[in-house]
Design a protein around this ligand. Structure first.
Ligand SMILES: [Zn+2]
Length: 398
């Protein structure tokens, strides 16, 4: 075994200072005063904090406008306005999925993410253009980040004939997760939509991650249908509901649903949205529900916000859920790290001996301070190698 990196004087989770020895992409020793093996590169940790690699568990790599001219957003108020506007203008705006996903992946990596789950549009206008582009990035940038793809029927599944067949092709092509979208509000056929996406899961033996923006009782109804199918098909632990705004409804309606989510180990993804009802993160975690997070779309035709920073996302989770205590901010970080890793079923994740050497070194006295400060002075380690330093990646964006 060849030693590849010795990190001196770092503080995992802001604890006591230690050294970390990285060999063959893994953390092999954490102790104080580790003797440097011959020929090993030594990096001064300067007493900074180490956290595991940030997990971007929900984004859309195929359609960010990152690096393109500023897009003047004049889109209508409804969800369908945004969906149609994007699909109709994708080619005109030169949103090439391969180039744009590479740009966002580099940005994501230099902000400290080591894993991404990306939903990727599958529709009858663009076919598998998005899937092929993001797969090229997944393969071409494996040295700095791991990417998994969700085949995502953004424009609806049943309301646009031919989409289901394309979803099947996307799964055949190697997408890791089946996606879905608002079975009532967009497809207007909850039973048809859910039966179709769950059938794809069964055919390919893959998990489901479904966008559910539906509010209030409509969203809770769809959630119940998802719960029923998860139970009937033995898909415990294999389903994620993204956004789940309806879980922000009154507790009398939501609490019984949370119990069922916990019983079937159905995960929830929340961005901690400022403008929508949001799932109660602390209550979900306390009930044993896995809760992950993501930046969702970054600088796209849906909205101008985002810089791919999952530490900023941890802060948004904190703000949205009124998390103020240091132990609560740690929960927000867990949502953006370990919880996301559980949802993505990442093996060997964490900052401990034997884990993959995927982590971030960043300044701060405590974890809570690191979250609220969000220092750009981050060193990002992927597969045992420093892949970004102070906002500069080892890879150049196309
Ligand atoms: Zn999304």
């Amino acid at each position: 075994m060849t030693a590849s990196l010795l990190l001196r004087n770092v503080r995992p989770y802001a604890g006591p200072a230690v050294d970390m020895l990285i060999e063959n992409g893994r953390i092999t020793r954490i102790a104080s005063g580790i003797e440097a093996p011959a020929g090993v590169a030594v990096e001064d940790g300067r007493g900074e904090i180490v956290i595991p690699g940030l997990v971007e568990a929900h984004t859309h790599l195929d359609k960010s406008l990152w690096g393109l001219p500023w897009y003047t957003n004049e889109v209508g108020p409804k969800l369908l306005d945004k969906i149609d506007n994007e699909r109709e203008n994708k080619k005109r705006l030169d949103i090439d999925p391969a180039r744009q996903s590479a740009r966002q992946s580099i940005q994501s990596s230099l902000m400290g993410s080591t894993h991404i789950r990306s939903h990727v549009d599958v529709d009858t206008e663009h076919g598998l253009w998005g899937v092929e582009g993001v797969m090229a990035t997944r393969d071409g940038y494996r040295d700095i980040i791991d990417i998994e793809l969700v085949a995502f029927p953004q424009s609806g599944l049943l309301r646009r004939p031919g989409t289901l067949e394309l979803m099947d092709q996307a799964m055949k092509a190697g997408c890791e997760i089946v996606g879905g979208l608002d079975p009532c509000a967009i497809d207007r056929d909850p039973k048809g939509h859910l039966d179709a996406v769950f059938a794809l899961c069964q055919t390919y033996g893959k998990p489901l991650d479904i966008h559910l923006h539906e509010p209030g009782e409509m969203g809770l109804f769809s959630t119940e249908l998802i719960i029923e199918r998860t139970r009937a098909l033995g898909m415990k632990g294999k389903v994620t509901i993204s956004h789940a705004f309806s879980l922000g409804a009154e507790p009398a309606l939501v609490d019984p649903v949370i119990e069922q989510l916990a019983a079937l180990d159905i995960a929830i993804m929340t961005t901690g949205p400022a403008s929508r009802p949001a799932p109660p993160v602390k209550k979900l975690l306390a009930a044993g529900v896995r809760v992950c997070s993501g930046n969702d779309g970054i600088r796209d035709t849906w909205g101008p916000y985002g810089n791919a920073d999952m530490l900023e996302r941890a802060m948004f989770i904190g703000l949205r859920n009124n998390l103020r205590r240091d132990d609560e901010l740690r929960l927000a970080l867990d949502v953006c790290t370990t919880e996301g890793a559980k949802v993505m079923e990442i093996a060997g994740y964490g900052v401990a001996e034997g884990c993959n050497a995927d982590f971030v070194i960043l300044p701060g006295e405590t974890v809570a301070e690191a979250i609220v400060t969000r220092s750009p002075k981050r060193r990002v380690v992927k597969r045992g190698k420093i892949v970004a330093r102070d906002g500069v990646s080892i890879r150049t964006a196309p």
